[in-house]
Design a protein. Structure first.
Length: 138
């Protein structure tokens, strides 16, 4: 069966691009710098569904994305999580957090209402992340 992105992820994100293993997305919530990696492995729900090589590749991609967030934004903390309680498809969140953000020190899930990006702002953020990641992954 071919890889298909979960419809909720499609609706709630903006495409940044394709990494060697994963599709990289920007969460449509302007309150937090929030990227999501989705391995393009059909049917994967858990990390244990990936073979050792793909698991290692995914963690390398998470590390690369984390380094970019750290370098560009200088957050107080990076949150990396794979919950899957609402969207079962395997995906990892990488979120830059600040002591002054709306949810600190709690997790971002279930805290207030999502603030969608205006179309121009989403396009600008996507372009910025593409450029930053191109340098990191080159």
């Amino acid at each position: 069966m071919p890889f298909t992105l979960n419809s909720r992820l499609t609706a709630d994100t903006h495409l940044i691009g394709e990494l060697p293993l994963s599709r990289l997305l920007l969460m449509d919530d302007a309150r937090y710098p929030w990227l999501i990696l989705v391995p393009r492995i059909a049917g994967a729900r858990e990390l244990i569904d990936l073979d050792g090589g793909d698991r290692a590749a995914l963690l390398d991609e998470v590390a690369a994305v984390s380094r970019v967030l750290e370098a560009v934004l200088r957050p107080d903390k990076l949150n990396v999580a794979a919950l899957g309680n609402v969207v079962a498809q395997l995906h990892l969140h990488v979120i830059a957090r600040y002591a002054h953000d709306a949810a600190w020190p709690q997790p971002v899930w279930g805290r207030g209402e999502r603030v969608a990006y205006a179309a121009a702002d989403a396009a600008a953020r996507v372009a910025e992340w593409r450029a930053a990641l191109k340098e990191q992954l080159a």
